[in-house]
Design a protein around this ligand. Structure first.
Ligand SMILES: CCC1=C(C)/C(=C/C2=NC(=C\c3[nH]c(/C=C4\NC(=O)[C@H](C)[C@H]4CC)c(C)c3CCC(=O)O)/C(CCC(=O)O)=C2C)NC1=O
Length: 169
């Protein structure tokens, strides 16, 4: 698992270089957004259950067939599994926000997930939609916490959906 700093150092160490202008600029950008990253993680932490619940409601309102007989989230057990998955995405996204790096998502979330979903018939498109809905809700929460520029919040959610979608053969 890597964060923005260890990732940068690793890249320079591989070629035995001191940190040059690019490296320093990358570090500066990371530290300058540090307080906002931590505040975003705090906002997610104190609203996590509500964010997941709200995102689930919006998703099932948009795609009601998911919770009808024959839908993948039909039955209480699968409905709960779906919200639990959303909670995983949210929690790991909060880690990635603090780390300033999406590596934690690759290692802990995305690895083998597509295969699992395919074998269980969990539809990827609606899952991606659910992740995007969570992104919107989190951006609202982070803005409500007084953070002006919320663009960085999009990164982990977009990484999850991009990776999920790209591996689609
Ligand atoms: C931390 C990393 C991690 C992830 C991400 C993870 C996901 C994950 N989701 C699963 C199931 C599932 N995932 C869903 C999710 C959904 N169904 C839908 O229709 C919606 C679109 C969607 C919710 C947005 C459902 C319904 C199941 C149960 C499927 C079944 O058992 O038939 C399973 C199969 C085993 C189980 O049920 O626990 C895994 C491994 N597990 C992990 O350890």
């Amino acid at each position: 698992m890597r964060d923005a700093v260890t990732n940068l150092i690793r890249n320079y160490d591989v070629s035995g270089r001191y940190l040059d202008r690019n490296g320093i600029d990358t570090l500066k950008a990371y530290f300058e957004t540090g307080t906002a990253r931590v505040a975003a993680a705090a906002a997610i932490n104190s609203n996590a259950a509500a964010i997941v619940k709200q995102a689930g409601l919006r998703l099932f309102e948009e795609l009601p067939e998911l919770i009808r007989p024959g839908g993948n989230a039909y039955t209480t057990r699968r409905y709960a599994a779906c919200l639990r998955d959303m909670d995983y995405y949210l929690r790991y996204a909060s880690y990635a926000l603090v780390a300033g790096d999406t590596n934690v998502l690759d290692e802990r979330v995305l690895q083998g997930l597509r295969e699992t979903y395919n074998s269980l018939g969990v539809p990827i498109g609606p899952t991606v939609r659910g992740i995007q809905i969570m992104k919107e809700i989190v951006k609202e929460q982070v803005a409500a916490a007084g953070i002006v520029n919320t663009a960085f919040v999009e990164q982990p959610f977009d990484h999850l959906t991009r990776e999920f979608s790209e591996q689609d053969v």
